[in-house]
Structures are given as C-alpha cells and as structure tokens.
Design a protein around this ligand. Structure first.
Ligand SMILES: Cc1ncc(COP(=O)(O)O)c(C=O)c1O
Length: 403
C-alpha cells in the first residue's frame, strides 16, 4: 500500500508536470549513500542523482557551505563580482591545466558554451566550424548538443538538426582522420561514454587523436559532465588517460547537487570568447560557487579519490565474479566508480529488481546496468549493494531469462 504522500505526489505529477519523465520512487531525505522514502524506508543509492551527489547526499562540508553562503549572498549577476567565482576558477584551473573557466548551470549549457568557443576559434582561423563527435555519445538536450549527440533517437521529432556536426565510430582513429575536412574545427568526445553504455576510450586512440589535432590545429574537446569530478578516480577524467584536451566541460557533481556547469579552456585559447560574446545569468552565482569550493575541499582533504579507486576496483572484481554465473551477463566494464554490468538484453528489468531490494541503480545504452554510487561509499555499503545485485540477477534469471 503506497503512502498518501506518494499517491498525492504521483497525482500532482501526472496532472501538472510535463510527461517527459517517469519517476519510480519518492524520496524525502538523503544522507551519504542512503536515501529514505516518506515512511522512513532506507535505500542504498548507487545512482547518486546520475553522478551528481558524488560526495553523498547532504555532505556536511557542502551543506555547511550552502547554509553559510545562503545567509550571506546568493546572487549579484555577472555584471558585478562575487569573490567566490574567480576563486573557484583558480582552483579548477590549478587542478587541471593552465587556462580560464566559464560557469553556467548544466551539462548541456556547458557543452553549448564549449561548442561556441570551438566555432569562434575555428571561424577566426580559416573559416572552420564543423565538429566531429562520436557515435553513441551524449552531450545534452539543447538543440546544438542534441546535434552533437551520437544517438539519433534523441533528435527524433526535433528536426531540423543544427548543422555543423558529424558523427564517427568511437575509438576509431582512422574514422576521425577520414571525416576531417578543411571545415573541421574540433573533435569532441567523452573519455568514458556514460549514457552510451559506460565505454572508456582507448588510451592509444586518445594519444593519436591528440597528436593529430595538434598537427591540424583542430581543438580536442572533452565532455567531462558525467565522467569528471572524481567519478573515474581522478579529479578530472582526462587525468586518468594522460591526454590533455584543449577544453573540457563539467557539470553534474561540480557542486554536489546545486545546479552548476562550466568549461575550462587552455590559456592559449582562453580569450577566444571575448567581452559580450557569451553569458549566463546564473553562471557562477555565489551560492553554487560556495558549494563547488566545498566539493574541491573534500577532494583535497577527505581521501575521496583514493576511496573511489579502491571501492571501484573491489566492486568491479566482485561483479565480474557474480556475473560469471549468468550467461546473460556479458561483461563488467568501467573505471573507478563508473561501472557498467553489460547484459545481452535490456537491463531495465534488473534495475527494477534492484529497486525492489532497495538499491537505486541506473541503466545506460538499454542493455547496461549502470552503477554510479557516491565516491564516499564504504566497503560495507559496497558489499550490501553486491548482495542486492546478486539477488536481483538471480531473480531476473529465474523469472525473465528462463521463462
Ligand atoms: C556526458 C554528458 N554530457 C552532457 C550531459 C547533459 O547534462 P545536463 O543534463 O546537465 O544538461 C549529460 C547528462 O547526462 C552527460 O552525461
């Protein structure tokens, strides 16, 4: 029997919210890797709001920073300064590569800005404005980022596509080489494809791409919206591969749940977007910056990245063991705590069976059970999740596969 609050919420949702989502569960509170429904039932969260609450729900550092800043100054617009935004830019640049940052509010907006940067540079250097992106990629739901996204199903019904994008197979260097023309200004990719099914790039491929882009004066753009911010065990995803992009976009976990996005551009290109050429009212607002600075502090002081690597390796090894029992589990892949259990059939059924066991998970690319827990999970939480996933796979085998 569902609670009154649950029923009321569903009813309001159906009546007043556009039907673009089909949410499955109501939560009213979160703490670390735990989520609670309105009757106090505890769930283990292996989705982290799709890699947003990377430090866990209501992380005390972030909550305190938000509380304090909310009582001091929330927003003044970018026509004036708050002291935190340049401070955050400095921190992110010092942790990545020398350059400059721009802040906005979401991943789609961050990519949109990065695309504008690439076009501005390319147009000024030989009238080039085409961007090569990857099949299976996901870059957002705005019109330009949809055109960049390598999965046609998201674009259906929204034609005409924004021109200037061309998709090639991922991890195929020759395909990029063959697609480049005199009009190409950039190559854009996720170093680990998220929505596409947790597919890491090959390091050799990235190295070749980097050298090729340098040779041709083509920008290498990295979408770190999902795979960045510690998710794969390094603060920035490119650091796991040792190949530096010319620009990277970030969002999701940057402020552990407050809406924020941004992109960093190498110093060499950093003044391409000049005065008045790009803007965002809420971008870099004091409140979001305070939260983002607290996130960086946690990376510096709380052993978050080490824990991510340790728990990630543990989970991957154990999941591979569990998966061996079931022929319908093809492989387990990923990096850090960005993990995909790849099935030979749709993964939604397993996700539902996990939720039944109070484990919140995600799917990706239809056949992949996607696990994105907070980077702060304990070994005990990892073990609990493994137990629930094992139970879900067993039930799936009994009720779906053998059927
Ligand atoms: C790699 C990647 N880029 C961009 C986006 C879009 O981000 P947002 O939903 O914040 O606009 C996502 C969202 O899932 C993503 O995974």
């Amino acid at each position: 029997m569902m609670s009154k609050l649950y029923q009321d919420t569903v009813s309001r949702f159906e009546q007043y919210v556009m039907p673009t989502y089909a949410p499955k569960q109501l939560f009213v509170r979160g703490e670390g890797a735990k989520l609670y429904d309105d009757e106090g039932v505890e769930f283990l969260d292996f989705a982290a709001g799709i890699s947003v609450c990377n430090l866990g729900h209501c992380n005390p550092r972030v909550t305190d920073a938000i509380r304090e800043q909310a009582g001091k100054l929330v927003h003044v617009s970018n026509l004036y300064m708050n002291e935190l935004m340049p401070r955050l830019a400095e921190k992110l640049v010092k942790e990545s590569f020398d350059g400059k940052a721009f802040f906005c509010n979401s991943g789609g907006e961050a990519n949109e800005g990065m695309i504008k940067f690439a076009r501005k540079y390319g147009n000024a250097h030989g009238g080039r404005n085409e961007i090569i992106t990857m099949e299976n990629s996901f870059h957002g739901r705005t019109l330009a980022t949809l055109a960049a996204t390598g999965r046609a199903k998201y674009r259906k019904g929204f034609e005409p596509d924004v021109p200037g994008f061309k998709q090639v197979p991922f991890n195929d260097f020759e395909a990029v080489k063959n697609a480049v023309t005199g009009k190409t200004c950039a190559v854009m990719l996720e170093m680990v494809q998220g929505e596409g099914g947790i597919l890491p790039a090959d390091t050799e491929y990235l190295k070749k791409l980097r050298a090729f882009c340098d040779e041709k004066d083509i920008l290498l753009l990295c979408d770190e919206v999902q795979c960045g911010m510690g998710r794969i065990g390094t603060r920035f995803a490119y650091q796991s591969f040792g190949v530096q992009p010319d620009a990277l976009s970030m969002a999701k976990a940057i402020a552990n749940g407050l809406p924020m996005g941004g992109f960093i551009v190498r110093r060499k290109f950093a003044d391409t977007l000049g005065l008045g050429t790009h803007a965002s009212t809420f971008g870099g607002t004091a409140l979001a910056c305070a939260a983002a600075l607290a996130v960086q502090e946690a990376f510096d002081q709380d052993g978050v990245l080490e824990n991510c690597r340790e728990q990630g390796a543990y989970l991957m090894a154990k999941l591979a063991e569990i998966g061996k029992k079931y022929p319908f589990v093809q492989t387990v892949r990923g990096r850090g705590l960005m993990i995909g259990v790849v099935l030979d059939r749709p993964a939604a059924g397993v996700q539902t069976l996990c939720l039944k066991r109070r484990l919140v998970t995600l799917t990706a690319g239809e056949t992949v059970l996607r696990l994105l827990p907070p980077l702060t999970i304990t070994r005990a939480e990892a073990d609990l999740a493994l137990e629930r996933i094992a139970g879900a796979l067993e039930e799936f085998n009994e009720t779906e596969v053998k059927k």
